[in-house]
Design a protein around this ligand. Structure first.
Ligand code: NAP
Length: 315
């Protein structure tokens, strides 16, 4: 099968031929039709997510999100049948299950579920990682209607979903982006869009929320100091959440709760997201669609920023 893989951490991702994975007991093998790009794909390829504990599997096939059809079932009980349309998120390249490739084998009880009738596979592929992260973050932040949520990096995958899910609950979303994204973010439900290349973040936030925001979701800061500076915009008693693992060691205001978010994928969450799309609550903002052989360039581009919604890879 074709795959985009790296031969070692920090090597350039390249198109290679690999054997098809055989499904083990309790697994399904999926013929992937679409994969979606997430920053964790290039982060894993460069070794940033390596904890030194999980086995390292090279060539490491990049990618975690997928949509396609079940083409083979491993031995034992299984809730899927050959031919089912499915989508999901694998446990990641360290598990030997990347998704920028023609086939992947995953446990039938992992984060994989049926694609409901009417949901195109390419749309389903763009949901798992960013959609589940947005949904879980919203649960953790326990925001009620009219409370305020500042999202830094709101124009990308997680931010585009989070803005929609939060505004559907009447949360006031302050979307911090780089560039003039007012029209796009307003269409996703943002109350205010702040172009941080045009004006200082703090002044813009204080204009709308003089006492600070109820919650901060920082998708961007890569150091505890940068995160702490943004958490200073949260009111006393509020929360400051990072997806970049920089809350530990950050000097946050004493009465602001810092959270290091870690995604916990589940099939139930995938069903909830698919339902949200079916009901029209959630739009799937696919920005770029490209063939597998162009995936290395797309990874490079994402590393330098500029994401506007999701990039989908066609197998
Ligand atoms: N911990 C977890 O379990 C978990 C789960 C999901 C995601 N994440 C992480 O969360 C981060 C975001 O994920 P994603 O899928 O949303 O990534 P993405 O789709 O690549 O979007 C990132 C967005 O941030 C913007 N950005 C970068 N610097 C900015 C700044 N200073 N001010 C405003 N916007 C800025 C980028 O656009 P511009 O460059 O044009 O500004 C882009 O729109 C990634 O690092 C990802 O690995 C972690």
């Amino acid at each position: 099968m074709r795959a985009i893989a790296v031969s070692a951490f920090r090597a350039d991702p390249a198109l290679v031929e690999m054997p098809k994975p055989e499904p083990e007991a309790g697994e399904v093998r999926v013929r992937i039709e679409y994969a979606a790009l997430n920053p964790c794909d290039w982060q894993a390829a460069q070794g940033s997510l390596d904890d030194g504990l999980a086995p390292r599997v090279f060539p490491l096939v990049v990618g975690v999100d997928f949509a396609g059809r079940v083409d083979m079932i491993g031995s034992g009980g299984n809730r899927f049948r050959v031919g089912d349309q499915v989508f999901g998120r694998t446990a990641g390249p360290a598990s030997g299950a990347g998704t920028y490739c023609d086939y992947v084998s995953v446990p039938q009880d992992s984060a994989i579920t049926l694609v409901p009738d009417g949901l195109p596979l390419r749309t389903a592929a763009a949901l798992p990682s960013a959609g589940m992260a947005a949904a879980e973050i919203l649960e953790i932040a326990v925001l009620r209607g009219h409370e305020s949520l500042l999202v830094i990096g709101a124009a990308g995958g997680v931010g585009s979903y989070l803005t929609q899910l939060a505004s559907a609950r009447d949360v006031r979303v302050l979307a911090a982006v780089r560039g003039d994204e007012r029209k796009r973010m307003a269409a996703l439900g943002a109350t205010v869009t702040i172009d941080t290349t045009d004006r200082p973040l703090e002044a813009a936030v204080r204009e709308t929320c003089p006492d600070g925001v109820d919650a901060l979701v920082d998708l961007v800061s890569t150091t505890p100091d940068a995160f702490a500076a943004r958490a200073a915009l949260v009111r006393g008693g509020g929360i400051a959440l990072t997806t970049r693992g920089v809350a530990t060691g950050a000097a946050l205001p004493a009465d602001v709760t810092g959270i290091d978010f870690r995604l916990e994928p589940t099939p139930v969450l995938l069903d909830v997201l698919a339902e949200g799309v079916a009901e029209g609550v959630l739009r799937v903002p696919i920005d770029i669609e490209l063939p597998l052989e162009k995936a290395p360039q797309a990874l490079d581009r994402n590393r330098t920023g500029g994401a506007r919604g999701k990039t989908v890879i066609v197998l």
